[in-house]
Design a protein around this ligand. Structure first.
Ligand SMILES: C[S@@+](CC[C@H](N)C(=O)[O-])C[C@H]1O[C@@H](n2cnc3c(N)ncnc32)[C@H](O)[C@@H]1O
Length: 221
């Protein structure tokens, strides 16, 4: 069932998410206004529910994107560096790139090459400046390994559920940085993991969720 923020256009969708209190910062609102979901969701782009992308992947529901972005907002400030694991449609990575701006950097990875190609195709429609400026980089990669070359990251978003928190992602998080990740198998928890300035980690479970699994791809990726 579609959640209550569904709309007939991008601006209305963002307005509804703000009215409902899912978006509560101007930083997230402005970035979501700049990236039109119709370039990323093949059908029902403004319906507040996940939509199929093919390859057993979905573009997550707008309220889940907004929720994740709000949790990461302090770690997606201009000039910061972020990793989006399981980029699928490329939508969230594009919004994250709008948030960190021209002086920041977002790396988006997916283990499936057709979804890497789809992300690039989608971003090129109206957000090509993000690729041209190098603010957004899209690569084939395994989320269990992260993307060490551009680490450490101020923020890491994981868009698929991991049975345990990937060690490599913890290592690639900056002290002071934050990861959001669904953790679990049949039951899953949406978690924040903060790396404290002393290097320790603090994990909080926020709510039950249902994501596709963070798979273990062949080791060649
Ligand atoms: C629910 S989709 C999320 C897509 C994206 N966040 C969006 O909203 O468009 C989960 C994505 O995780 C990817 N994925 C699953 N396991 C992965 C892994 N080990 N490494 C990288 N990506 C993975 C899938 O291919 C899929 O695109």
């Amino acid at each position: 069932m579609a959640w209550r923020c569904s709309a007939s256009g991008n601006a209305d969708l963002v307005r509804n998410l703000r009215k409902a209190g899912v978006i509560h910062t101007d930083h997230v609102e402005q970035a979501m206004l700049k990236v039109d979901r119709s370039n990323y969701a093949p059908q029902n782009p403004y319906t507040d529910a996940p939509q199929p992308l093919g390859h057993q992947a979905t573009i997550s529901a707008p309220h889940m994107h907004a929720h994740a972005l709000e949790l990461l907002a302090n770690h997606l400030q201009p000039g910061m560096r972020a990793l989006d694991v399981g980029c699928g449609s490329g939508y969230l990575a594009a919004v994250m790139a709008r948030m960190v701006g021209i002086d920041g950097q977002v790396v988006a990875i997916d283990y499936l090459s057709p979804l890497v190609a789809l992300s690039l195709e989608n971003v090129r429609k109206e957000d090509a400046d993000l690729l041209d400026s190098g603010t957004l980089q899209v690569e084939q990669g395994d989320g269990w390994k992260g993307f060490e070359q551009a680490s450490p990251y101020d923020s890491i978003h994981v868009g698929a559920a991991a049975e345990s928190v990937p060690e490599a992602l913890l290592e690639q998080l900056k002290p002071g940085g934050r990861m959001v990740i669904p953790v679990g198998t049949t039951t899953q928890q949406f978690c924040t993991i903060d790396r404290l300035p002393n290097g320790n980690f603090e994990q909080k479970s926020l709510m039950g969720v249902m994501y596709v699994p963070l798979v273990h791809p062949p080791s060649c990726i």
